[in-house]
Design a protein around this ligand. Sequence first.
Ligand code: PLP
Length: 404
Amino acid sequence: MAVFKPADNLTWRVTGVRETAILRMANKVRALRASGADIISLSLGEPDFDTPEHIRLAACQALDEGWTHYPPIPGLPELRAAIAAKLKRENSLDYAAEEIVVTNGAKQALSNAIHALVQDGDEVILPAPFWVAYEGLVRLAGGKPVILPSSFESGYRVSAAQIAAAMTERTKLVMINSPSNPSGVVLSDTDLKALANVVRAHPSAMILSDEIYEYITFDGAKHRSIAALPGMKPRTITINGFSKGFAMTGWRIGYAAAAEPVARAMTRMQGAVTSGVSAFSQRAAITALEGPRDAVEAMRQAYEARRKLVLTWLNAMPGVRVLPPQGAFYAFPDVSPALNAARKAGIARDVEGLCDWLAEHHHVAAVPGSAFGADTSIRLSFAASTSMLEAGLERLSNGLAALL
Ligand code: PLP
């Protein structure tokens, strides 16, 4: 009889989902630190601020009041109502509380939506660069990611015409993320209108709009929700959450807003997998939405100051081209000349190899752009203190200069 190997029993679902380059880099940083190296990591997509105090206190109060039981699967009615009011007030969106599903992070909102709408062979359009998790989620649902490339020259924007050309009768979703992780691009009204025209002309396609960085915008860039455009509400699932703007990554709370049948389907999905979000996190989320926003604005201003610092450094590095991010907290410089030099010198075959080399030899960690569908860029997070950023950028500068 053949030897039993547990690994042989794994499904295509898990074997088909690759470890993300972000996780790989996080593991690399951990291993290098364990071996005694002093690594500066600019690879994390997490605010370096603690959750504002009034929100933390609201959770403590909720625990004392006994919010420790199973919550309703789609969320506490009072939080769903607060989210509907927020979407109306800030995004001109008309969702009823019944059209909101509170989720374990925005990631579960994305997962619920994709599982509710995508099945075997359905196509999902991913304009690149896109957040790493999207591709894996589409594959898990049996869908086919259709990746549309962009470049530094196109400003990391994929045009509505490119999207129109990629759509087929199997297209189920077009995924957008504005402000974008990793490129920092914020889609303008004109961009959104052009995309809405393309989607409305398709018999069944919908937009999955990830708006999690909405509060982090710079230079007067304004976030807009595509669902607010005429005819787009039934065609859109709006995803948002508390992780980035309110610095609540560890609370695991996000939400989706969609036409009621889709919201109900997402609730069914969530009920099958995790049930509702921790009740005291939900109570604190109400305070986040309805309480003062000074801390949110103070964090935005801190990111804006760091962005300036990062751009000054990057613009001074030879062979580096960078677009000023309009939102989120990442810079996404193109490093083609250093990459080509590294290839010629046999140091790295691709941008992943380049990032490995920078971590191992110059002790600075960045995420390779290939993780996001962009092969000549690296992602640097400025969710890090000014002193960390300065030290990390100096190492990066030295590393790239050594190659050129
Ligand atoms: N969407 C984007 C674009 C993100 O960058 C992230 C986190 O990095 C998420 C969603 C996930 O957010 P959450 O932590 O709320 O699940």
